[in-house]
Design a protein around this ligand. Structure first.
Ligand SMILES: Cc1cc2nc3c(=O)[nH]c(=O)nc-3n(C[C@H](O)[C@H](O)[C@H](O)COP(=O)(O)OP(=O)(O)OC[C@H]3O[C@@H](n4cnc5c(N)ncnc54)[C@H](O)[C@@H]3O)c2cc1C
Length: 348
């Protein structure tokens, strides 16, 4: 389908899970929130996880023991990192870093998938776009009434399409932004523009997360392997071609100016592929590094419990076996909602 996107927004602002779920519960006696705190390892007793060790404010190391289980929700980068630091992961990799292997799970950190966007940008012939929305009038409108252009989620409209009729589900998601959008919005340009981007929904390429060091404060290696598969490139190529076609629709006649990117000189397939490889950007949707399943590369079972370990679940985007056909935030919230039901059921 095609239309305006639904957003997680309240009073003109992005409504995060912290404000929607945590803030209303802050006063509960059975909830303690530790900020500026990094969990550095999981604590073992036999094959059971019984707590976590953490560093607070970059200084003191502390431990917390749990009565029932630990729920790990560090996201697709840090959940596999913490599992590996704690001896759960690919045995050879852990041994090479001198980490004692407690459970050999080769899938930890593997299967990394993400959504990539490649787009086109056109001049807008009317002074309507958001390029100049950043002004005092709009700022006051936002501040006083939580309304106006500054409440925009930028990618306001879009749609899902199949690039081949034989596909079971769409493989491209279009995002229309009424402004110049390139390099995550960091590149600016004087004037008025609009952008249309195609997102590769089901990448064939797989990346991985691995440890650089057994030290928990050292960032892990993130190897996304973007566009390693030619099929991914082909799909985005179709996406850029379709974007160009869509913008030739008569509805754009009164707004369409010069094509800025890829630009009129970029017509041959190999030139468009070069353009895609140069400008493609992540939508920040990493998933899959602690995938759910029963095969040899699975990390958690259908109750999100880590295979071969007692007292430990992973509840975040890392458990998706394959990336969802759309933005990942709502899907991750649904994983957490399902996990809450599973946990409550275990306690009853
Ligand atoms: C810039 C950006 C824009 C995005 N925009 C959208 C969007 O518009 N729509 C959409 O659907 N999705 C969007 N996403 C994706 C969406 O935010 C993620 O899919 C979602 O947040 C994943 O949730 P998660 O719980 O798996 O991980 P996260 O939200 O990353 O949560 C993991 C948490 O664990 C904490 N953590 C990690 N390691 C440790 C540790 N060792 N100790 C203590 N805490 C730790 C982290 O600080 C973090 O708070 C965006 C992501 C980014 C980065």
């Amino acid at each position: 389908g095609v239309g305006f996107y639904q957003v997680n927004q309240k009073n003109g602002q992005r409504h995060s899970t912290a404000t929607a779920y945590l803030k209303p519960c802050c006063d509960r006696l059975n909830l303690t929130i530790c900020t500026s705190t990094q969990v550095t390892s999981l604590l073992w007793e036999g094959n059971r996880i019984v707590g976590v060790e953490y560093i607070q404010d970059g200084g003191l190391t502390n431990r917390i023991k749990v009565a029932r289980e630990v729920i790990l929700c560090g996201g697709a980068i840090n959940s596999p990192q913490l599992l590996m630091l704690s001896g759960i992961g690919p045995a050879e990799h852990l041994k090479a870093l001198g980490i004692p292997v407690i459970v050999d799970l080769p899938g930890v950190g593997q299967n990394l998938q993400d959504h990539l966007l490649a787009g086109v940008i056109y001049e807008c012939t009317q002074p309507l776009s958001l390029d100049k929305a950043n002004n005092i009038g709009n700022f006051l409108k936002y501040l006083l009434f939580k309304q106006g252009p500054l409440t925009s989620n930028i990618a306001e409209a879009g749609g899902f399409v199949k690039t081949r009729p034989d596909l079971a589900t769409p493989d491209l998601q279009f995002l229309f932004a009424p402004l110049y959008f390139q390099n995550h919005g960091f590149n600016r340009r004087e004037g008025f523009y609009f952008s249309l981007g195609a997102t590769l929904l089901h990448p064939q390429s797989r990346g991985y997360i691995s440890l650089r060091s057994p030290q928990p404060l050292v960032q892990p290696v993130i190897e996304p392997n973007y566009l390693a598969s030619e099929a991914d490139c082909e799909c985005l190529l179709t996406g850029v071609e379709m974007s160009r076609q869509l913008i030739q629709a008569s509805a754009f006649n009164q707004f369409r100016g010069k094509e800025i990117f890829p630009g009129s000189g970029v017509e041959k397939k190999e030139d468009i592929v070069d353009y895609i490889r140069d400008t493609v950007e992540t939508l920040y949707h990493p998933v899959g590094t602690c995938k759910m399943g029963n095969d040899s590369m699975a990390v958690v079972n259908s109750r999100l419990q880590v295979h071969g370990v007692q007292g430990l679940r992973v509840v975040d985007a890392s458990i998706m076996p394959t990336i969802v056909s759309g933005n990942t935030n709502a899907a991750t919230i649904m994983i957490a909602e399902k996990a809450a039901d599973l946990i409550v059921a275990t306690c009853q």
